[in-house]
Ligand binder design. Structure first.
Ligand code: SF4
Length: 598
């Protein structure tokens, strides 16, 4: 057995040609085999990949879905987003644990199974949802839980469970230019190859396409910066890379899941176009762990395109040679940030890099790299095939272009909506049949909470910007519960690299818990505000900088949820902004001095 395991590790290293950038993939494969990463695997890998054991252990500790302890034959993660909670997640989780006589987040006594929470499985339109051994279990009910428990107690492998239990619906509710366009594999590439890469770049520029993952950076500008950079040629490494960020981890977002499932031709076409424009030969699709059940379908699509000479050497007889590999993540929200994603792709902890330099000039393995999300690449393919105007003419009220939204929460028609940019929130609420709406969270936990008085505001890069998440809450919801859920999410997802975020996000949770439990005082509100100022100024990336937003926005727009829980009923804000900024500066200065003396 020991011999077999050693051979397995050896074969894994051989499969990835001893390249340490594939460490995360190797660890995932070990985890699949053993349900955890045993210590002897760490020692063997350390020797064969020339990486120190502490570095490998640090990697295992960093990613949510890698473990030292066995998880058992059935490894269950229940989606704990606020939307899943609203759909009855807590009751379903308690029922499942009770039926299986197990505690949440602890392996069963016989090590047969583990049930744990996970932030969001990307199925907010069909929750409560869970993952079992990486496969999706949407629309959980008590009846389905009883059926699942029976299978587990009978020891039946999940491969033999009814297929319909794992069926994830696309739930497309409204189609626009992208979702309505039938797939024409190779159409955009043929058109692009008939003219120069600069012509394609000009068309993307004319369309006004901006990154659809939330940042909204102009796509053509990014591609141009990468194209202009000659890059440092490395042995056996292509000079430029195209990376698709398929790690949509913002709670309440699931539109990339649908694109990956049903529009993969457009995605691959868009990545190939990007390669043509920037001169790349190699691409990666970074698929989030929670979407690994889409891997086979995606891989089949890549294979089909290779057979059709739409991928690989000399695409359609041209000078363009480009191929794509799928990389599966291991659970880290910070990977949504492009430089953190590149770190992960290089087999490291996903800690955001200091920028500049930006990935377009210095990305994967130090080479110029384009990172765009799934939706952006799909739109790029559409723009080249159908023309820039076809895309830019879609906007309303003076805005141009369109966008996919993932709509969930208190609506009759949850799902995917392709909407014109510039559309007001009230029109979207009509489309999805939302009633008695108290608030909408646009752009996920790090986005914007809006009240009914703001429903005339529009979805656009200039007003309400969103990577896709649109969560609706009716009047029955306690919005402080939402804020708490989001704050806990940030605490759990803090990568721990910088102290203000690592410690600050924990303190925020403690303060918010105290207030929610009815033990809060005026001082706690002030402390939340002070922490916000320190974290905003001193955190390394957007997570820490925006971690207090859910609490602060709720406090500003719905103060009653705090007021009724504050023991000091005559609450008067006594927060001194200037004092906090001064304090943050003092801490920064002390840190700088300490670093200078080290
Ligand atoms: Fe990591 Fe938080 Fe610092 Fe970002 S702000 S680098 S998530 S610790």
């Amino acid at each position: 057995m020991e011999r077999e395991f050693t051979d397995f590790i050896h074969n894994q290293v051989k499969r990835y040609q001893g390249n340490p950038a594939y460490l995360l993939q190797i660890l995932r494969n070990i985890q699949r085999l053993c349900t955890h990463i045993p210590e002897n695997a760490i020692v063997l890998l350390a020797t064969q990949l020339a990486i120190s054991p502490p570095k490998i252990r640090a990697l295992i500790e960093f990613y949510h879905f890698l473990h030292y302890r066995p998880r058992g034959q059935y490894d269950i993660y229940i989606s704990d987003s606020i939307i899943d909670q609203m759909s009855g997640k807590n009751e379903i989780a308690a029922y499942l644990c009770e039926k299986l006589n197990i505690k949440l987040n602890q392996p069963s006594a016989d090590n047969l199974l583990t049930i744990a929470n996970t932030p969001c499985t990307g199925m907010s339109d069909q929750g409560p949802a869970a993952l079992i051994n990486g496969r999706a279990l949407p629309r959980l009910t008590q009846k389905r839980v009883r059926q699942i428990v029976a299978k587990i107690q009978a020891g039946i492998a999940i491969e033999a469970w009814p297929k319909e239990w794992f069926a994830v619906a696309d739930n497309i509710q409204s189609k626009g230019v992208l979702l309505n366009s039938p797939s024409h594999p190779g159409a955009a590439i043929k058109k692009a190859l008939a003219s120069s890469p600069l012509d394609s770049l000009a068309e993307i520029d004319k369309s006004g396409l901006r990154g659809c993952g939330g940042a909204g950076f102009k796509t053509a500008k990014k591609w141009k910066a990468c194209r202009l950079n000659s890059g440092e040629k490395k042995e056996n490494a292509p000079a430029r890379y195209v990376i698709c960020n398929g790690d949509e981890g913002e709670p309440g977002t699931f539109k990339d899941r649908v694109l990956l499932n049903s529009y993969s031709e457009q995605l691959i076409e868009g990545m190939t176009l990007c390669a043509y424009v920037i001169g790349a030969q190699k691409g990666f699709i970074y698929l989030r762990y929670e979407y690994q059940y889409l891997y086979q379908k995606l891989n089949d699509a890549l294979h089909k395109r290779r057979e059709a000479n739409l991928l690989g050497a000399h695409i359609l007889g041209s000078d363009l040679s480009f191929d794509i590999e799928i990389f599966i993540g291991a659970g880290s929200y910070v990977c949504g940030e492009e430089s953190a994603l590149i770190e992960s792709l290089e087999g490291k902890r996903a800690i955001p890099r200091i920028r500049p330099p930006f990935p377009a000039t210095q990305g994967y393995l130090g080479n110029p790299t384009i990172v765009n999300n799934v939706e952006s690449f799909c739109y790029a393919a559409l723009i080249i095939e159908k023309g820039a105007d076809n895309f830019s003419n879609q906007g309303v009220h003076g805005f141009s272009g369109c966008k996919l939204l993932s709509i969930s929460g208190d609506v009759e028609k949850a799902g995917i909506y392709e909407i014109p940019l510039g559309i007001p929130v009230k029109s979207i609420l009509n489309l999805c049949a939302a009633k008695s709406v108290q608030a909408v969270q646009v752009g996920g936990p790090s986005g914007t909470l809006i009240t009914p008085t703001e429903f005339n505001r529009v979805i656009s890069f200039d007003d309400l910007n969103t990577g896709g998440s649109f969560m609706v809450f009716n009047e029955s919801r306690d919005l402080l519960e939402n804020a708490l859920n989001f704050t806990r999410f940030f605490m759990n997802e803090s990568c721990g690299f910088c102290t203000p975020c690592r410690v600050g996000s924990k303190l925020l949770c403690e303060l918010a818990d105290k207030v929610a439990a009815g033990h809060g005082a005026r001082l706690d509100i002030d402390s939340i505000k002070e922490l916000n100022h320190v974290m905003k100024q001193m955190s390394h990336c957007g997570l820490g900088q925006r971690a207090a937003e859910p609490l602060l926005q709720t406090l500003e727009k719905f103060p009653e949820y705090f007021a009724k829980r504050i023991t000091d009923k005559e609450y008067q804000p006594s927060f001194d902004v200037e004092k906090s900024i001064q304090r943050a500066k003092e801490i920064i200065s002390i840190q700088n001095n300490q670093e200078g003396t080290q």
